[in-house]
Ligand binder design. Structure first.
Ligand SMILES: Nc1nc2c(c(=O)[nH]1)N[C@H]1C(S)=C(S)[C@@H](COP(=O)(O)O)O[C@H]1N2
Ligand SMILES: [Mo]
Length: 254
């Protein structure tokens, strides 16, 4: 619980992005708070505002081991062609590291061993793909919030961008979430699935699990996490591969 409170403080410190959490703390003076009003007015769509009001800190359902899907389909990129990635894969990701940078005090490179040394969370959740299939699987990894705390976000940081090693249909895959989702207790960087290191098809060596959102937000093959104040400067500017390609919304809450 103390970590959650710490995260909330951080969010509040980060300004408008913390408004969702503040609302849930029952602060009814919020509508008089300019940062909060700005967040509401700047919200991309009503859906996002509604999700905030309904409680974006709420937990996604978790399941028992008996409920795990016997087959968990792989979707989108199942392989990565990049030669650097192929080399790391062949070496069991021994020399691989995750870059955490952007609007942070301490840009950091984290080898897999360091990622596994954080407190770990294991959760059995349902993955819902926008294409109409779901599967229940078990995921293990550190909370994204713990990595961001280590790197120390600047107060201007409002989004976290996930850069991936793959090209999907020839274009780099990437995704982004706001700080409410980034510090959600079930938002983890998973290196294990169903008790084993991630297979390539599922995003080895590290993929995002952001359990309150649809499947395409769960970036696989993550190589770099970048904290930013705005999404405009990143690739097509809409915050993700499918968002830029006109197909799906940036906020995909479920
Ligand atoms: N890097 C990357 N991440 C990705 C994709 C992708 O093509 N590339 N596809 C997304 C989609 S649409 C889904 S449904 C999930 C699929 O995850 P899975 O292969 O573990 O089932 O990954 C998401 N993350
Ligand atoms: Mo998907």
């Amino acid at each position: 619980m103390s970590r959650l409170i710490l995260s909330r403080r951080k969010l509040i410190g980060a300004g408008a992005a913390g408004a969702g959490s503040l609302l849930l703390s029952g602060c009814d003076k919020l509508f008089e708070n300019p940062a909060f009003r700005q967040t509401l007015e700047g919200a991309e769509n009503l859906h996002r505002v509604t999700q905030r009001a309904l409680g974006r800190d709420a937990l996604a359902a978790e399941f028992s081991a008996a409920e795990m899907s016997p087959v968990f389909r792989a979707n989108g990129s199942r392989e990565v062609a990049d030669p650097g990635y192929r080399r790391h894969l062949a070496q069991g990701f021994a020399g691989w590291s995750l870059r955490v940078d952007g609007l942070v005090d301490r840009p950091t490179d984290l080898p897999l061993a360091a990622i596994k040394a954080f407190p770990q969370r294991t959760q059995i959740t349902r993955h819902d793909c926008v294409e109409g299939w779901s599967a229940i699987g078990q995921w293990t990894g550190p909370r994204l919030g713990a990595l961001l705390d280590l790197a120390r976000l600047h107060p201007q940081a409002r989004y976290v961008v996930f850069h991936c090693a793959d090209l999907y249909l020839g274009r780099p895959y990437y995704e982004s979430i706001d700080l409410v989702d980034a510090f959600h207790p079930q938002t983890i960087l998973a290196w294990a699935m169903n008790g084993k290191p991630l297979e390539e098809a599922h995003g080895a060596p590290l993929r995002l699990r952001v359990e309150r959102q649809l499947g395409y937000k769960h970036a696989k093959f993550v190589t770099r996490i970048e904290a930013v104040a705005a999404l405009e400067g990143i690739h097509g500017g809409k915050g993700g591969y499918w968002e830029d390609n006109g197909a799906y919304a940036w906020y995909a809450g479920i």
